[in-house]
Design a protein around this ligand. Structure first.
Ligand code: 26Q
Length: 844
């Protein structure tokens, strides 16, 4: 091991070294200018002069930031033009990925790194007296997603682009993304997220591609010339204006786009008339009605909203996106005959499931296809990923509400269902139970998951375990009839973002030990295993972790005024706040440590810092109580100088992608402790593993595959398995038994009653032991407490054996390659979408 490793790691940390600098090779061999330092500097200066009439000497930091964004946008735009020519020439199949959320995170660093020009701009800007890092700080996180589902969509766009697939993402341009979280005296306060001002420069308005979306009204069916003609009257119409965000790939020729729809009132002129008649309020109301569609992201995750506005947002996305997809196809081929051969449409969860009836509507009502032909096109084109098995998250819509808002789609869904149920009746005459379960509409509700399964050629879950649970439980009747429809694609992450860009010191160590090949092929991370017994590498790994802990400590001090000690063990649980994710189990373990320390103040213990980050859905009372509990435990500890030397609990507010990028590389321990069978996959767990944190987790979601990859010796698995959880349910789960039989647990649970920092948590106590009107402790924190505590005891002992710990950490990094989104996307491409990468010009 070279002596220089530490120095190299540090220099790289400072410089953000990119994988490869492709700037000298022009894209497509011709059109792209060579991205030399001279060119890049001139481009930036031109933008300053053109847009702000200034030079770098006089420019403000904000002007420099905006000029830099515009420059990067120009480069992406030129690359995109070349890529699109290539796409058009090859006439390959395209993938369109529909999702109500894309949690893309900040764009500047990612784009500069992907384009391989971060170093150059770092140098250019420091010559000008600015630093790239301070410019990165200006950009706000576009909070266009809640959590896992939205972040997955963003990681997939990165992987599609980095591997040269032609892909378009579709979503909504929410004016307000997920709320900003403030925690005041332990209470979560939601503030509007105004991400636009700093993020807006990334948007490319495509007003030329504006389309319209119709809601409500009446439908008339008339037989004319042997076909049924549909007339839609009295509808309200909304304009959908596309704004594109260009998506860069790492070391690739591709630039794809994420198209976000903004709603605008159609009635500008009519409003003017109202205005002139003095009916200001009515005029405003009308335009508000329309524009509310893209106003705000629903802040619930793993819970369905059931609101008319949400249904309208979904249709808005689907209707506008299909118009865009069809226009794109017609521009190339002039007809829809080969539609399903050239187009793959993916629905990310059921939220865009209206694609199925809407594509039917377009094919039948507008292009005069027969029902059978249209159905064959739809079911060859659409595929669907399920992200949850929890009943409360499965979307269903009241049929009357549905038909009031989307009358034609209701007719089409009813017909899809009629035909589907007729087939079922033939196959299972009299089996009403089965038919009701399979049918798309039952008990006056439209079941979006059933619609998605029936309308798709392929359905996948997001981890091996989750895909099995899908076919064993909620989709078992579908699986019985069409087993070939179901498959698994385990989630993956944009590992360059989460490793190379977020943890440059670790990336530098990898570059030096295993070479840079892993930056294109994540499987090469496994080469790191050769260094498992190399003391110098293990020590460097520990040193990098320490430096990242220092970085986090400084960041939290600056961001939240929170002081933490990098010499303590960082134990991290960051994810949405949800009962099934069991932040409460983590809290109980902390309380137990607290009780022990209160009883033995002189107990020798390595200091621990428990770090939480989580937003709760605004109306989720119970989740908000857990936030308060964790907050008050933290405060209580702070009040005791002796205790707080050994035990700290911090809850930095407003957990988002940017905080994750600093937090994850600094974690020693990653908490993935959901009740087995509930977390579909989890992707945070993959990011922690990649950054060398050790997981304490249940056999849930992708944890199962993480454990398989690293081996049981390199992960702390505890708790009931999925079948064991089911058994407990069947036997009639009695939390009170665990409570009364385990004195340690009882003490911890009782402490909820006496409370922390003067605040009692009696309700949580009741919830765990007696149940507040329902079954007590529905996510079985008490059943897993003992095993969880034992796992933590092993962790504490192992941490003292530094070589062992570092080796485990190294093994986790080395084995994380399969959790690359590149791998997931290749599986989708090969097995579901049947698409090929666009061939690079130079290779043809
Ligand atoms: C539905 C209807 C109305 C309003 C909101 C919603 C809604 C919104 C978001 C329902 C669910 C979501 C998000 C779900 C989600 O993020 N699921 C996570 O997906 C990840 C990616 O596959 C998995 O890793 C996680 O396990 C899963 O919880």
């Amino acid at each position: 091991m070279a002596k220089t490793t530490k120095a190299a790691a540090k220099t790289a940390a400072a410089k953000n070294t990119a994988a490869k600098d492709p700037s000298q090779t022009s894209v497509g061999g011709v059109k792209m200018p060579s991205l030399t330092k001279k060119y890049l500097r001139e481009a930036l200066e031109n933008k300053l002069s053109r847009f702000y009439g200034t030079t770098y000497k006089e420019a403000t930091k904000d002007q420099i930031y905006r000029a830099l964004l515009l420059t990067v946008k120009d480069i992406l735009s030129q690359k995109r033009t070349e890529f699109k020519k290539n796409v058009n020439n090859q006439e390959g199949k395209k993938i369109y990925y529909l999702c109500m959320e894309f949690l893309i995170g900040k764009g500047l660093r990612n784009n500069l790194m992907n384009l391989g020009i971060a170093d150059k701009y770092d140098a250019i800007l420091s010559d000008m007296g600015f630093s790239l890092d301070e410019l990165y700080d200006i950009e706000q996180d576009p909070g266009l997603g809640n959590g896992g589902l939205g972040r997955l969509a963003a990681c997939f766009m990165d992987a599609l682009t980095s591997q040269d697939y032609s892909a378009t993402g579709f979503s909504i341009l929410y004016e307000y993304g997920l709320f900003k979280q403030k925690i005041i005296d332990g209470d979560q306060i939601e503030l509007p997220d105004t991400w636009m001002p700093s993020g807006e420069p990334w948007l490319v308005p495509r007003t030329d591609k504006t389309c319209t979306v119709r809601f409500g009204g009446q439908i008339k069916e008339e037989w004319k010339n042997g076909r049924c003609e549909i007339t839609h009257t009295d509808y309200t119409e909304v304009q959908a204006i596309p704004y594109d965000i260009m998506i860069s790939g790492a070391d690739s020729e591709a630039v794809n786009s994420l198209r976000l729809w903004k709603a605008k009132s159609m009635n500008q002129n009519f409003n003017m008339a109202l205005f002139s008649q003095g009916e200001y309020i009515r005029a405003m109301e009308e335009s508000n009605q329309a524009e509310i569609l893209s106003k705000v992201l629903y802040p619930a995750d793993n819970h369905e909203g059931g609101k008319l506005l949400r249904l309208s947002q979904q249709y808005f996305l689907v209707c506008a996106s299909l118009q865009s997809i069809i226009a794109d196809h017609l521009r190339t081929y002039g007809s829809l005959q080969n539609f399903s051969e050239k187009v793959a449409i993916h629905i990310n969860d059921t939220h865009p499931a209206l694609v199925v009836p809407e594509l039917m509507r377009i094919l039948i009502d507008i292009y005069s296809y027969t029902w059978e032909h249209a159905w064959s096109i739809v079911t060859k084109t659409v595929s669907y990923t399920n992200h949850t098995v929890m009943p409360e998250a499965l979307e269903t819509w009241d049929e009357r509400l549905f038909s009031f808002r989307l009358p034609r789609l209701h007719m089409i869904i009813s017909e899809i269902n009629r035909r589907f149920c007729a087939e079922l009746w033939n196959r299972y005459p009299g089996d009403w139970g089965r038919i009701t379960n399979l049918s798309i509409i039952s008990h006056g509700r439209v079941k979006m998951a059933n619609l998605s399964v029936v309308g798709s050629h392929t359905v996948n879950g997001v981890s091996k375990l989750h895909s099995e649970i899908l076919t064993d439980t909620i989709f078992s009747d579908f699986y019985h009839d069409t087993p070939e429809k179901f498959t698994n694609v385990t989630n993956g992450i944009a590992y360059r973002r989460w490793l190379c860009y977020a943890n440059p010191a670790l990336a530098a160590l990898l570059d030096e030990t295993i070479g840079k090949g892993y930056r294109k092929d994540a499987a090469e991370l496994e080469k790191l295993l050769a260094y498992a017994d190399d003391k110098a590498v293990l020590d460097t790994l520990a040193d990098i972790k320490y430096q990242n802990k220092v970085r986090l400590s400084n960041y939290l001090m600056k961001r939240n005024g929170i002081k933490i000690d990098p010499d303590s063990v960082f134990d991290v649980q960051v994810k949405r706040m949800h009962e099934y994710k069991r932040q409460l189990l983590n809290a109980l373990h902390i309380i137990s440590l607290y009780v022990t320390l209160k009883e033995n103040p002189d107990l020798e213990m390595r200091p621990k810092t428990f770090i939480f980050g989580a937003k709760a859905a605004a109306g989720y009372y119970h989740a908000k109580q857990i936030i308060k509990l964790i907050y008050e435990i933290g405060k209580d500890l702070e009040n005791d100088p002796k205790l707080s030397k050994k035990l700290r609990v911090v809850f930095p507010e407003d957990y988002n992608v940017s905080l994750a990028e600093i937090l994850i590389p600094a974690a020693d321990i990653s908490e993935q402790i959901s009740l087995a069978g509930k977390e579909a996959s989890g992707t945070g767990n993959m990011k922690f593993m990649l950054n060398g944190a050790l997981t304490v987790g249940t056999l849930d979601g992708a944890n199962v595959e993480i454990a398989e990859a690293v081996g049981r010796d390199n992960i702390y698995i505890f708790g009931h398995t999925t079948p064991e959880v089911e058994d407990l349910w069947r036997q009639g789960y009695r939390a009170a038994d665990y409570y009364s039989k385990n004195p340690t647990l009882k003490k911890a649970v009782d402490a909820l009653k006496s409370g922390f920092n003067g605040v009692s948590f009696e309700e949580l106590y009741h919830y765990l032991v007696f149940g507040n009107g329902t079954v007590a402790d529905p996510y079985m924190c008490l059943a897993d407490f003992d095993a969880y505590q034992a796992a933590h005891r092993t962790i504490a002992a192992d941490y003292e054996n530094r070589d062992k710990w570092n080796r485990m950490s190294l093994t986790n990094i080395a084995k994380s390659g399969i959790f690359s989104a590149d791998r997931s996307i290749r599986e989708y491409a090969d097995n579901i979408w049947h698409i090929q990468p666009i061939q690079k010009k130079n290779n043809r």
